[in-house]
Write a protein that binds this ligand. Sequence first.
Ligand code: GLC
Ligand code: GLC
Length: 811
Amino acid sequence: MRFGHFDDARREYVITTPKTPYPWINYLGSEQFFGLVSHQGGGYCFYRDARLRRLTRYRYNNVPTDSGGRYFYINEGGDTWTPTFMPMKKELSFFECRHGLGYTQITGTRNGLRAEVLYFVPIGQTAEVHQVTLKNEGSTPKRFKLFSFVEFCLWNAHDDATNFQRNFSTGEVEVVGSTIYHKTEYRERRDHFAFYHVNAQVSGFDTDRESFIGLYNGFGDPDVPSAGESKNTVASGWSPIASHGLDVTLAPGEEKKFVFLLGYVENPRAEKWEKPGIINKTRAEQLIAAFSSSEQVTAALGKLREHWEGLLSNYAVESGDEKLNRMVNIWNPYQCMVTFNMSRSASYFESGIGRGMGFRDSNQDLLGFVHLVPERARERIIDIASTQFADGSAYHQYQPLTKRGNNDVGSGFNDDPLWLILGVSAYIKETGDYGILDEQVPFDNDPNNAATLLEHLKRSFDHVGHNLGPHGLPLIGRADWNDCLNLNCFSETPDESFQTTGNRTGRTAESVFIAGMFVHIGPDYAKICEYKGQSAEATRARAEVAKMERAVLEHGWDGEWFLRAYDFFGNKIGSKDCPEGDSKILIEPQGYCVMAGIGVATGEAKLALDSVKERLDTRYGIVLNNPPYRDYHVELGEISSYPPGYKENAGIFCHNNPWVMIAETVIGRGERAFEYYKKIAPAYLEDISEIHRTEPYVYSQMIAGKDAPRHGEAKNSWLTGTGSWNFVAISQYMLGVRPEWDGLCVKPCIGKEVPEFTVTRKCRGATYRIHVKSTGGTGQVKLVVDGTPIEGVIVPFAKPGSTVHIECEAS
Ligand code: GLC
Ligand code: GLC
């Protein structure tokens, strides 16, 4: 069942009923100021850090699920309603939510009054615009009241949700004309404040939540809107809000627009006050002046559209499959950008007060956005590498505001260092900027202990080689990519973190997955060394990679698939020999080892992927492991803590499905790769939204696996490495266009189902127009470049400004 439709021409998803199976959200903001907004106007916003600088309050896991947001209440002759449906839930004769790239527009109509709210953050600004357009669609004049509403968060979202003994006494505001200023803690150490303004004369205002809503009421039956009269309250402690009251009249057919602006301002310490106790508002007034008319709003929205148009033009496909086009051209790169901005901090499943930026996550996120904003990718790489330790290991997470490693989580995730090599390689392949390798980058953020980025990569590479176990395979440490395979944890105590508790310090538990990564990523390191003239180091690296490949085939092969790991006691994990009730096969090494090319020549690769098909594939995607662990295993950790079919215990973890897709292209089975792609790509799931439940325009981290009662139901949408890996799989391997070290690789492997398509790829200043006829999915291609046939699949990089025409026959 559908709850809306795609509008590809406008790059929007149009939701046509408020009652979607779950709140379907969107993101506002591109650089510093961000907001989350649901299709019912729910959500919140923050400046840079969702935990430390939250402007508006949002209560997670609330009842009903999505309450709290930027609301507008209308009272027409005693009939009070909200055009976003929530929170008043009054029947609307028309409802529509258009989620676009960086903006959301929600429209509700009742009694012939049409109210449209447009939410966005203008490029380069630290403010949200909420433009309300009201139209009288009836035949008689209308006179009604409009009330705005936002509830302020007292900045630190964690403290705001826990420290009531203090916070109920600190709230402060100022009201001047049509602007409400929120200045809690500005009197002491904060140099920032927020404001909510409207570009019209108000008939009243409120800033005290209890007065506005009523102590025993909710957002759905608030006192002031229902009574139709603002109370002009000035908050003192408790919960500051901002509400404007406006009298509106509309002749039949008449339309009026109001521009509300929710802004964030920082003042230099010396310029904080206008006079004692009164905020210096100069900067706020400048911001207000920039958005005081709807013409200014229209211009700013135009700029936002152009911004996205520019970003998306770097990779575009035209094919006969509109779902494929909309995933590749619009929604998948959009999700990658959002993930770049948010990492794993703020979504409807991530509370914004939990995790910082992940070392592993951020490097993988890079793969999906490096072609959109290479300069920002460069900056991100330096930030990430600065949290590496001198021995090559790394902080698992770091804080976005301080860019410092997070001590609570620490290090010891032995896959982490390798992802840095992958991220840097992707960046250089995209840009040709080898200069980044010479940048001096600190270890553990200590400027006195710095080395070149190239040296960081060497230590990443060696961290694996220096930490091998009894079978010559990499030690897993706290965990590898699968955070929930905790082989040294041995936790028997509730509340202990599986990720940070290490109750044994064995050097036995080994990961075949990290071995696969090493073989996949090691050659990029060798290539980098070669480029820097270090051919002896390149030779050494290649020899280590070859040795690892032998170790995998000798000790990491189980007969029909790759083993997952050896546990603390040296027992096999993910083997046909595992006892009944344990998993016999896990997905990660199957995808990753084949991506690395292991066993391709000798047949193991094909066997492994056939086993995936037979044992892990389901109608909704490939599960992580099978059978699921039925009981808690102290020697395995969190993986066995989940009920069968959820999360890392046999859920469909969408992050690693694309590894299998890419692996299928490595052995020339493009049809099967595309079949897997379509099973989890959200646009293809639109018709089963009632089962899938999360947004049909973005990936979710997990879909419940076949062993779960709710098979097919997704959770944790938006912030997941799934976005970038699926983009890599479809754009670089199935459609087959990716920058390599020496040129643009063109090697489509998708099969007959997409018989003809054109990819336009901008890279290093040149444009490539690649027209593909696809008669089969074996990965065999013939290329004609500007009229001349070439050998192989690498098209040399062209001069900036030039356009290269490529004809490709893929069979
Ligand atoms: C989450 C984490 C990621 C991890 C994955 C599997 O998505 O963010 O780092 O690899 O789970 O456990
Ligand atoms: C939990 C989650 C996992 C995530 C990890 C991050 O283990 O289940 O998906 O990667 O937390 O710390």
